[in-house]
Design a protein around this ligand. Structure first.
Ligand code: E4P
Length: 218
């Protein structure tokens, strides 16, 4: 399973990259705004910097427009920043047309805001490289987000779609573990959920013992 980090924060991206387990980055307009990135030049430069930090991984950059014309214009500009840019397109009717446009051009895409298996199926049909089901936001409204990932896995396997399931809106390490059990191709997660996978009290206790015994050995 691939690990992406879901942030536009450069320090967090560097920290995850330094761990040696990072396969990519996802951003969205809210995450970019949170970092205070405004204006076209700043946005383009920020994506370029992320691509330079994570030299070997897909970097999702979301279009801001919602019409077909706006999305293909923006997507072409984003894709020109770096070969690792994946154009992130919202799950709307014009978005499906845009996915097909980029698929025909060989530009990678990530279809975002997926909340149903039918949406994922349409995005795969249109040639999306990734679909992003938002687990946490479904859980927030008492709908089982993991169940959606399972449904999409069955459908994609039935028809051997190459589209990868990118489990998004991750809220906890248990989300990551459950996504791995179900067979999500990728999880995109905040840094703290990734780091929390490291923790186990028996590891801490065992290491403390080993360190104490190591001192006895001189
Ligand atoms: C995915 O690509 C989105 O950026 C993200 O996972 C949304 O997560 P949130 O529901 O925590 O905002």
């Amino acid at each position: 399973m691939k690990f992406f980090i879901d942030t536009a924060n450069l320090e967090q991206i560097k920290e995850a990259q330094d761990l040696g387990i990072l396969d990519g980055v996802t951003t969205n307009p809210s995450l970019m705004a949170k970092e205070g990135i405004t204006g076209k030049d700043a946005i383009m430069n920020h994506y370029k910097t992320i691509c330079e930090i994570v030299s070997d991984g897909d970097i999702s950059a979301e279009v801001l427009g919602t019409t077909y014309d706006e999305m293909i214009k923006e997507g072409d500009e984003l894709a020109a920043i770096h070969p690792n840019i994946v154009v992130k397109i919202p799950m709307i009717k014009d978005g499906i047309k845009a996915l097909k446009y980029f698929s025909n051009k060989g530009i990678k895409t990530n279809c975002t805001l997926i909340f149903s298996a039918g949406q994922a199926l349409l995005a795969a049909k249109a040639g999306a490289n990734y679909v992003s089901p938002f687990l946490g936001r479904l859980d927030d409204i008492s709908v089982d987000g993991l169940n959606l990932v399972e449904e999409i896995r069955v459908i994609f396997d039935n028809y051997m779609y190459d589209t990868e399931i990118l489990a998004a809106s991750i809220r906890s390490p248990m989300h990551i573990i459950n996504c791995a059990k179900i067979g999500a191709d990728v999880v995109t997660s905040p840094l703290d959920s990734i780091l929390n996978l490291l923790n186990h009290p028996l590891t801490d206790k065992g290491l403390a013992q080993f360190v104490a015994d190591a001192k006895k050995m001189g």
